[in-house]
Design a protein around this ligand. Structure first.
Ligand SMILES: [Zn+2]
Length: 256
């Protein structure tokens, strides 16, 4: 490389490496080579980056060895001075990025933590439809000269009947007056619900039930022309009120 470069450099006008040793003596040549080596170490990347457009290289060729050595040392120093600030300026850059990077995972962790509270279980409504999806065949009111004291909800026989709200079973069995198999639930707030004409009862007296819990199955026991749930709301035992507005006020639309 050292033997070839001078020859090639004579015909190559631009790069810094061309500067060395044309007509100089061996001693000077060694100095120049040493200086050039220093320059090459410092300027190597710069010379390549600037792709040989710089004029100082041809100018250096015309200078004597000492001048070029001085020039080279200055160049080397200038390169070092210019390159030295670059290195520190680069190191702070990663540092802030590293600092700014560390909060990012923290935020990510916080973001991951946030959705968890959203997964809180949905509370069961205090009041629910005792037989969802049923057709209303009769509402509360006067019917055939007497008071129909409840709402009739029809689905095929055997459809599960749900407690309209949490409470305690006060009666479970065959009731009088044509109700057939009936369940009464006391909700502890002055109101009771009554579920009549059941084909089968699934709870016992004294049992505590939750809203929506199955308490029995639809049937046609007692005075019933067909399978349906006769649903009543009592404001005090045997004081029936219209279940429709009562339930609607509690978020349940029975369709009457
Ligand atoms: Zn009825």
């Amino acid at each position: 490389m050292q033997e070839d470069s001078p020859v090639q450099n004579e015909n190559t006008p631009d790069t810094t490496q061309t500067a060395p040793p044309r007509r100089t003596g061996r001693r000077n040549r060694l100095i120049v080579l040493g200086a050039a080596a220093l320059v090459a170490l410092g300027l190597g990347g710069v010379a390549v980056a600037t792709s040989g457009t710089d004029h100082p290289a041809p100018a250096a060729v015309s200078l004597d060895a000492q001048a070029r050595a001085d020039s080279a040392s200055r160049a080397d120093r200038s390169v070092r001075e210019s390159s030295t600030p670059v290195t520190p300026s680069l190191s702070p850059t990663p540092s802030p990025s590293a600092v700014s990077a560390s909060p990012t995972p923290a935020k990510t962790a916080a973001a991951k933590a946030k959705p968890k509270p959203k997964k809180t279980t949905k509370p069961t409504p205090a009041w629910v439809d005792p037989m969802p999806g049923a057709a209303v065949t009769s509402c509360y009111g006067q019917r055939w000269g007497t008071l129909h004291a409840g709402i009739d909800l029809a689905l095929p026989s055997g459809t599960p009947i749900h407690a309209a709200a949490a409470g305690t079973v006060t009666q479970a069995g065959d009731a009088s007056d044509g109700y057939g198999n009936s369940v009464f639930i006391d909700h502890g707030n002055g109101y009771l619900t009554h579920y009549a004409h059941q084909s089968r009862i699934a709870v016992t007296v004294g049992q505590k039930v939750k809203a929506g819990q199955v308490i029995g199955y639809e049937g046609a026991t007692g005075d019933a022309t067909g399978p349906h749930l006769h649903f009543e709301v009592h404001q005090g035992m045997w004081n029936q009120i219209d279940p429709a507005p009562f339930m609607r006020a509690r978020g349940v639309d029975l369709g009457c």
